[in-house]
Design a protein around this ligand. Structure first.
Ligand code: DNO
Ligand code: MN
Length: 361
């Protein structure tokens, strides 16, 4: 398992590369060019700039998250070919600097969605919270208005340029069914997977978060059945999965450890985090510790260990603790603690593997 840490770029992240380097066992950053809109071709100089920043700190840039996909590709519009061409050129350039994994998602319009980014936890920490009733009862435009007037709101996928296009986008998706979205994903993969393979890159789709349709928009990467369908669309090791325990784990019917065992050879990248589910469908993101949430992180690490996982992993979102001011979910402290928990489990599994239990009654 190769440990990594998401970094939003110089001047765009409260966490410095120096600090990331000090977290035990972190080998690389998970990065992107966040100022570029979906569909733009990435300039090589910009890519090389991040590489030289990371090099100076002895960190690799093997994992990119995300190269976002233009809505025209998801919608299957005739203009998609133009954007797919740009995507291929970006893949080639990333291959040239040694990138090994590209994470992306295929969610219409929105990336991950929460209703409160700084929910008070009662111990003066805050965390990301999803209240089902709000999402179900709210007109998406109303939510967008609330969000765009909140200066603290900086969630990826909710950038002001995108929000401005929102009503047009909702219109465009009116007649797009789940099957249409699958077909559009298939078309995209047929085009880009050979390019990724030729450049020694594994594409890794991130599951939908939360893993169910919201605001009447279809969502298709939601659980084991959809992952089964997904890996068959293009049966190549370059057509992989970012197995996100938190996204998939929001649905109680998803057994994440089982999915790791089933799709082991197609998981180049693991997102590992916990959350606590409530009966009514709400969830709150907790510390990584198994006991703090509903997702059994210990069992998940055991599954990765059993399958001999050699891919990349990162702690996913964390809480905001110790007074830290940071991007929602992406502070230093709780993600640092998360990594140490993951290493604690992993190192114990490594050290004591194969040992028989000696029980004295
Ligand atoms: C949620 C996060 C996501 C992820 C993107 C990848 O669990 O990991 O925001 O970064 O969906 O495209
Ligand atoms: Mn994730």
């Amino acid at each position: 398992m190769k440990m990594t840490f998401r970094w939003f770029g110089e001047g765009n992240d409260t966490v410095s590369l120096d600090y990331i380097k000090q977290i035990p066992g972190v080998e690389g950053i998970v990065w992107s060019l966040h100022d570029l809109a979906a569909g733009e071709e990435w300039p090589l100089e910009r890519i090389e700039e991040v590489k030289s920043q990371a090099d100076k700190h002895g960190l690799n840039i093997d994992v990119v998250e995300s190269v976002n996909i233009h809505e025209d590709i998801k919608l299957g519009l005739p203009t998609r070919d133009k954007y797919i061409d740009k995507y291929k050129k970006t893949i080639e350039k990333l291959g040239r600097v040694g990138v090994k994994v590209i994470c992306y998602n295929f969610m219409p319009v929105f990336d991950w969605t929460r209703t409160d980014l700084f929910k008070e936890m009662g111990d003066s920490s805050t965390a990301l919270f999803y209240e089902k009733a709000i999402v179900e009862n709210m007109d998406p435009m109303e939510l967008v208005n609330t969000i765009s007037t909140n200066p603290d709101f900086t969630m990826p996928g909710w950038e002001p340029e995108r929000l401005a296009q929102l009503s047009k986008l909702f219109d465009a998706y009116k007649d797009v069914s789940e099957d249409d979205l699958w077909n559009n994903l298939h078309y995209f993969l047929e085009e880009i997977i050979p390019v990724a393979a030729a450049n020694d890159i594994k594409m890794a789709i991130h599951p939908d978060d939360p893993p169910w349709p919201i605001f009447g928009l279809p969502r298709i990467i939601t659980g084991p059945e959809s992952l089964r369908r997904f890996v068959k669309l293009v049966d190549s090791p370059s057509n992989g999965i970012t197995l996100c325990s938190g996204s998939l784990g929001a649905n109680p019917i998803n057994n994440v450890a089982e999915m790791i065992r089933e799709f082991a050879d197609r998981i180049p990248f693991a997102h590992i985090r916990n959350l606590k589910r409530y009966e009514n469908g709400d969830f709150i993101e907790t510390s990584h510790r198994s006991k703090d949430g509903s997702v059994d992180i210990l069992e998940i690490m055991k599954a990765y260990h059993d399958v001999g996982f050699i891919g990349y992993a990162r702690p996913d979102h964390g809480r905001h603790i110790w007074g830290e001011k940071c991007r929602p979910g992406y502070g230093l402290y709780d993600r640092g603690l998360g990594i140490m928990y993951l290493w604690g489990i992993w190192d114990s599994l490594e050290r004591y593997k194969g040992e028989t239990k000696n029980v004295i009654n």
